[in-house]
Write a protein that binds this ligand. Structure first.
Ligand code: SAM
Length: 269
């Protein structure tokens, strides 16, 4: 398969995922939808977090798969005491450098979101963005998050189905490409180096949610793990509207029709 290296038997799917994100670290923050490029967008994210998790007031938060620390910073803004955990060293380096340059005391450490090595009942909240779709074993991961949360603690997942592309999205993306090629629309900002798209697709075809991480399937798995008060929130328009300024009008509309969601769930007391 193009772009996929043969590392031999000792190099499993998790190592591939780690290597993929390590290679993505350099350009990750250049992409709208990853890093935040306006105060309006930051405020929209704050509203989403407050809606589901409330304000920090010194509560402890674990940002799983923290990447370059975008979500960790949002949580820190809101007064949470934040630990970011990621298994890709180049992501962690960037997260640490960013926190230092912004004068934030966020602690970042290396670890696996499926096996955090954190003590039982250690956190008031757990948050993650764009992690669940790529989990190898979400059942184990959700059980681990339940263990690490305090009783009554809240989990917020932000994710999407990046496999099942609707007809409307295909049409809008096709139109955007056609108009871009002819110079009618501004070109895209860097998203993913072209040589990594084969690796991305190969990984996606082998993870648990290879058929797409639909919100109802994720919610059901959370329920069977033991979470309660599960709320699926598909109204992310507030955020998408503020992000739209970074894209041309057709690409922005395409994002608006994607299956993206936030899911909040509570550990029973
Ligand atoms: C799409 S990025 C998201 C980064 C960040 N959450 C954000 O939204 O900006 C995915 C991140 O998940 C990390 N990751 C994926 N699976 C992981 C796992 N099992 N344990 C720790 N980190 C993981 C990758 O290293 C990468 O930094």
């Amino acid at each position: 398969m193009s772009g996929v290296h043969n590392y031999g038997n000792n190099f499993g799917l998790r190592d591939e995922i780690k290597a993929y994100w390590s290679a993505r670290a350099t350009t990750f923050d250049l992409s709208p939808g990853h890093e935040i490029f306006s105060e309006e967008e930051r405020a929209a994210w704050h509203r989403l977090v407050i809606k589901h998790l409330g304000k920090g007031d010194g509560k402890s938060a674990l940002d799983l798969a923290s990447g370059t620390g975008v979500i960790s910073h949002l949580m820190d803004d809101l007064g949470y005491r934040v630990t970011g955990l990621d298994w890709a060293e180049p992501m962690l380096e960037r997260a640490k450098a960013k926190a230092k340059s912004r004068n934030r005391t966020i602690s970042f450490r290396m670890g696996d979101a499926e096996n955090t090595m954190e003590p039982n009942a250690a956190y008031d909240v757990i948050i993650n963005r764009h992690l669940v779709w790529t989990l190898v074993d979400p059942k184990a991961a959700f059980a681990e998050w339940l263990r690490v949360l305090k009783p009554g603690g809240r989990l917020l997942i932000v994710d999407g189905d990046f496999v099942n592309v609707s007809f409307a999205e295909k049409l809008l993306k096709g139109l955007a490409n056609w108009l871009q090629k002819r110079g009618f629309l501004k070109p895209d900002t860097v998203h993913m180096p072209a040589d990594l798209s084969g690796v991305h697709n190969s990984i996606l075809s082998r993870v648990y949610f290879s058929q797409g991480a639909r919100a109802d399937a994720v919610a059901e798995l959370l329920r069977t793990t033991g979470f309660e008060q599960i709320v699926v929130d598909t109204d992310l328009r507030d955020i998408h509207k503020t992000q739209a300024k970074n894209w041309n009008v057709v690409k922005a509309a395409a994002r608006g029709v994607q299956h993206r969601y936030a899911i909040c769930a509570v550990k029973p007391r």
